[in-house]
Design a protein around this ligand. Structure first.
Ligand code: ZN
Length: 151
């Protein structure tokens, strides 16, 4: 959907630096809003008007936000969905889905392992780094750790 307007307070999703947002995440039919900023992110090896393709050549060698794709954003958002995540969330957390504790490749590394279990971006960065490591290592070499400025 293009944007979401909360009936109660008129609040919309696509404000400031928001790339996407999952609304009604506590229901079986959440609303996934992809904002104009999110649509500027390309896909792995594929781009479109206003969104360049993302490949090993576009960001290598250091892990950074430059490797982000629309797929990364969608994965992040779906970890907020209670129906999807509640079976795997730790009981001690007492939440049914992830929260946004830390965002970005450098900040997620500052969390404890316990904090990372409920942080949406930790799941997305894990998947993203595994993908790019497997995809680029053979042709480009090992990835470098992110720095604070890469967040
Ligand atoms: Zn989030």
């Amino acid at each position: 959907m293009k944007d979401y307007v909360n009936d109660e307070d008129g609040e919309t999703s696509c404000i400031e630096n928001t790339e996407a947002e999952l609304r009604e995440f506590e229901t079986d039919k959440p609303k996934l809003v992809v904002c104009p900023l999110g649509l500027k992110l390309g896909a792995i090896g594929k781009g479109w008007d206003g969104a360049p393709a993302v490949t090993c050549d576009t960001w290598f060698p250091r892990i950074s936000r430059k490797m982000n794709t629309i797929g990364f954003v969608l994965l992040h958002e779906y970890t907020h969905w209670e129906t999807l995540m509640s079976p795997v969330m730790l009981p001690a957390f007492q939440k049914k889905a992830t929260l946004d504790e830390a965002i970005g490749p450098w900040k997620v590394r500052q969390l404890t392992r316990h904090q990372a279990t409920w942080n949406a971006d930790s799941y997305a960065w894990l998947a993203q780094e595994i993908w790019w490591t497997q995809t680029c290592r053979g042709t480009h070499g090992p990835l470098e750790e992110p720095e604070e400025k890469d967040n």
